[in-house]
Design a binder for this molecule. Structure first.
Ligand SMILES: NC(=O)c1ccc[n+]([C@@H]2O[C@H](COP(=O)([O-])OP(=O)(O)OC[C@H]3O[C@@H](n4cnc5c(N)ncnc54)[C@H](O)[C@@H]3O)[C@@H](O)[C@H]2O)c1
Length: 258
């Protein structure tokens, strides 16, 4: 498996910050975790796959970064609370949250059963809700918190055979904007990114090459993204450089779906 290399250059914009990244065992979440650590943050590497989460932490540590593995299912509120408590016990606070964990239940709308919808909603939407609920009290106490939710360009444009996923990713946009409005006055910024096709293990396994090629043909930048190309805008939104940005939904698609 190709893993993101540790970024060579960074300005350490997130020194002394404590972060939680969900779904950080591979793909975009791993790239975000690695880049946050390179920027100086302590990173809680949350994934329900303990082994891949360990690999991410090893990548962080071997480059001199700091973090901890948090083995957990984001759809289980009590597990999420205990992860956040572990970060707070170690770092005294939590400053940054990236809701990235996700899964897909593709299929024609009439063939999908109800569980396909609830499985996807439980992870993408309620998983994000669980993490925000667990982190917000501490962020509010500090008067500073930064959250980025990973949506998808499919949450904007929809697509055939992915109705649970598209609904959930659109739901994440609603959550982002609602939280941005409700908590902006208390120092909490909440933004979302909408990636386009990104070269992650799941995409490589699940999406047939002919569909990947068709997507790339319709992409103005004429290629798919590397996970670090999604991680960099996520880190920007978490940094002070984005201090006046909240409720934004940043499309990171190489121009697809504009
Ligand atoms: N790869 C793309 O082309 C693409 C495009 C748009 C949006 N996205 C979104 O970006 C995010 C990451 O995508 P990716 O391609 O890197 O995915 P991925 O499948 O490669 O990685 C997702 C990670 O989340 C973890 N995970 C899944 N459910 C979990 C749960 N309930 N609790 C804890 N961990 C869980 C998995 O173990 C995995 O490590 C997802 O939200 C996805 O929907 C991806």
């Amino acid at each position: 498996m190709k893993v993101a290399s540790f970024p060579k250059t960074s300005c350490r914009r997130l020194e002394a910050k404590a972060a939680l990244v969900t779904g950080a065992g591979q793909g975009i979440g791993r790239a975000v975790a690695v880049r946050l650590a390179a920027e100086g943050a302590f990173v809680g590497v949350l994934d329900w796959n303990r082994e891949t989460a360990r690999e991410t932490l090893e990548m962080i540590q071997s480059a001199g970064g700091l973090g901890m593995v948090l083995h957990s299912d984001v759809s289980e509120p009590s597990q999420v609370i205990s992860c956040v408590e572990k970060i707070k016990a170690d770092q005294g606070k939590i400053d940054l949250l990236v809701n990235n964990a996700g899964l897909d239940r593709p299929g024609g709308f009439l063939k999908l059963d109800y569980n396909s919808f609830s499985d996807v909603f439980n992870v993408h939407v309620l998983g994000a809700v669980n993490c925000v609920r667990a982190c917000l009290p501490c962020m509010l106490n500090e008067g500073d918190g930064r959250i980025v939710n990973v949506s998808s360009i499919y949450g904007k444009v929809g697509t055939k055979g992915e109705s649970p996923y598209c609904c959930a990713k659109a739901g994440i946009v609603g959550l982002t904007k609602s939280l941005a409005k409700e908590f902006g006055g208390k120092g909490i910024r909440v933004n979302a990114v909408m990636p386009g096709l990104t070269n992650t293990p799941t995409i490589m396994e699940m999406m047939r090459p002919k569909y990947q090629e068709a997507f790339v043909r319709e992409t103005p930048l004429a290629r798919m993204a590397d996970p670090d190309e999604i991680a960099r805008p996520v880190v920007f939104l978490l940094s002070d450089e984005a201090s006046y940005i909240t409720g934004a939904v940043l499309e990171v698609t190489g121009g697809w779906g504009m």
